[in-house]
Design a protein around this ligand. Structure first.
Ligand SMILES: [Mg+2]
Length: 110
């Protein structure tokens, strides 16, 4: 699915206070929460399953990553950012870093 189409579909299921009125706080908190759910499931794979990624756990992670995507797309919309443009610019930034040999390291502006 193309990211712009996904964003349109995600909008249909968005229900929260001040939706579509620049309420970036709600989806930002949701994004952090869902990213935490991904991390928690991976932590439990290490703790309970010896690091073995089963088909079931992979499916659960797929669901959580979908939740991350939903909040990401929703946050883009509340910030009046085009998700496809955000994705394009990220690829452009990473390709530039790769070409300059500075994928590793830290700092937003390297
Ligand atoms: Mg979730």
């Amino acid at each position: 699915m193309e990211i712009g189409e996904y964003s349109k579909q995600a909008k249909k299921t968005a229900v929260y206070p001040d939706k579509g009125e620049g309420n970036f706080v709600y989806p930002a908190l949701g994004l952090a929460g869902e990213a935490g759910e991904v991390a928690e499931k991976i932590k439990k794979i290490l703790r309970d399953d010896g690091g073995e990624l089963t088909t079931s756990k992979r499916e659960q992670l797929s669901g959580e990553l979908g939740d991350v995507l939903w909040y990401w797309a929703t946050l883009c919309r509340e910030l009046n950012l085009d998700p496809a443009e955000v994705a394009r610019r990220n690829v452009e930034k990473l390709n530039d870093r790769a070409e300059r040999g500075c994928i590793k390291g830290s700092g937003d502006r390297r």
